[in-house]
Design a protein around this ligand. Structure first.
Ligand code: SF4
Length: 475
């Protein structure tokens, strides 16, 4: 099972903010991809409004998901593939292990897949005595470092070339090297052997198409194509929402996915897999399995307030513009999904109370929705999650905020709804703030219970006279 460490959000975020190397890497990432994606949307022949059309397409598919998935499964089976509907992580992992045992698999090569992170596939395979090799360069680095990805499409973004050089020297027993092309060549050489030795390949699925019965994977390294064609057995994992009903819809989503993910008109490698190798085909696996994972998605589907989240195609465009992700990086989110998408989907998958800091940590600035390839209203759902945390919700087993916090907010609500009380409170605060430590005209420390506000920043003091009082005096 994958480790869930959402409870560590605050300490991990504090650590990340103090890490200058990470801060630079995240700033570079946002400069490059965040801006590039917006430009890519603008250059679309249909303009950025294609995102709105994609949203409609996704919602329509999600609302008919049962029929669309049945069509996908039937078409893949017609092509000779196997389809397994896994209700949770354990079922998906068990199915993979069963197939691996049937084929006496000793070595698996993996294409990048967030669903396999979600279900903890690597650990399960290793525990079963099977060697697993990640083949995406970033994932390979992360695997050697025994870490988890910190970005959906750039998993090793937190590592410098010097880190990678030291890691390769230590783990691959080679002289230190930090030239990126040379490091890539070293990884390629090591991975070639793994591809040739593997008896099973796994991958994710960027988008499946029900009409044609195929899955599509995109990469810029060609590793997924090697993972899907060289080993004799291939198993792909997809969340049950990652499907388009028609080829026409699939193509729109594919174009937006590449733009949202890496500011590219199209990925370097796009592979379509619809079953095992046919008699007239030169390559491909002899056996093809598609695992369609629920793992809490049916519950999201059943709730009209959050159903829209299933439109997500995991392009990561929202991460590349999010001011919070830009400071705290991916590891703070404590689960496979990071950034604004993680702040909504993780609480829904692992428990809203358990992952409460994720949705409370976002700024609600709305940049994520503007960048989103399918225009998902993430800010609306962040607010809906916060409302559940404040009020409680038995349907989602959410316990309401603790009594102290509720009383505090109730008091605040009462104060701001009563003009005279509000004015009095402001006057008292303006006097009281003089007792607090100040420097350069800023308050350095607030007292409990609001001291958290000044732990990472100073606070501008209240003016001696409020605007209303000055207005009344005609100043
Ligand atoms: S929420 Fe939108 S931008 Fe973020 S990963 Fe999903 S589809 Fe991409």
């Amino acid at each position: 099972m994958t480790k869930i460490t959402t409870e560590n959000y605050v300490p991990e975020a504090r650590k990340a903010i103090k890490n200058p190397v990470l801060q630079k890497a995240l700033a570079d990432l946002q400069n490059r991809f965040g801006r590039g994606t917006a430009e890519c949307y603008r250059r679309l022949p249909e303009g950025p409004d294609l995102r709105l059309k994609a949203h409609e397409i996704r919602m329509k598919t999600i609302e008919n998901l049962d029929v669309v998935l049945e069509t996908l499964a039937a078409n893949i089976r017609k092509n000779g593939g196997h389809v397994y509907f896994a209700k949770d992580s354990q079922a998906a992992v068990n199915y993979c292990l069963k197939v691996a045992r049937q084929h006496q698999v000793k070595h698996v090569v993996k294409g990048k897949s967030m669903v396999s992170e979600e279900i903890g596939l690597n650990d399960a395979l290793v525990d079963a005595g099977i060697e697993v090799s990640e083949t995406d360069l970033g994932e390979y680095i992360i695997q050697l470092a025994a870490e988890t990805p910190s970005h959906i499409i750039a998993p090793a973004i937190h590592k410098t070339r010097h880190d990678v050089g030291s890691l390769f020297a230590e783990k691959l027993d080679i002289p230190y090297e930090d030239d990126p092309p040379k490091l890539t060549w070293i990884a390629r050489k090591a991975l070639r052997q793994k591809f040739l030795a593997a008896d099973m390949g796994t991958s994710g699925c960027n988008i499946a198409c029900a009409e044609t019965g195929h899955i599509t994977t995109v990469s810029n390294e060609g590793n997924i194509r090697m993972s899907t064609t060289l080993p004799k057995v291939h198993m792909a994992f997809m969340g049950m929402e990652r499907v388009a009903a028609r080829l026409e819809d699939h193509d729109i989503l594919l174009r937006l996915l590449c733009r949202g993910a890496a500011a590219q008109n199209m990925a370097t490698y796009v592979s379509y897999i619809g079953g095992p190798r046919q008699a007239d085909q030169a390559d491909g696996p002899r056996e093809f399995h598609l695992v369609i994972l629920d793992n809490g998605r049916s519950r999201i589907l059943a709730d009209p307030e959050f159903r829209e989240m299933l439109c997500c195609i995991r392009c990561a465009a929202c991460l590349n513009v999010c001011p919070v992700y830009a400071k705290i990086g991916g590891h703070s989110y404590g689960y496979a999904y990071t950034g604004p998408v993680g702040a909504v989907v993780t609480p829904l998958l692992v428990g809203i109370n358990r992952a409460k800091d994720l949705c409370q940590g976002e700024t609600l600035c709305g940049a994520c929705q503007v960048a989103c390839a399918v225009n998902i209203d993430l800010p609306r759902m962040l607010l809906a999650l916060r409302e559940k945390l404040a009020e409680g919700d038995p349907a989602w087993q959410v316990n309401p905020a603790d009594r102290k916090e509720r009383l505090l907010w109730q008091a605040w609500s009462w104060i701001i709804r009563n003009r005279s009380v509000y004015d009095l409170a402001l006057r008292l605060a303006a006097v009281g703030q003089k007792l607090m430590p100040q420097r350069n005209g800023m308050i350095r420390r607030l007292p409990p219970p609001v001291n958290g506000w000044t732990q990472g920043r100073d606070l501008k003091p209240l003016a001696n006279q409020s605007f209303i009082r000055r207005w009344k005096k005609g100043l």
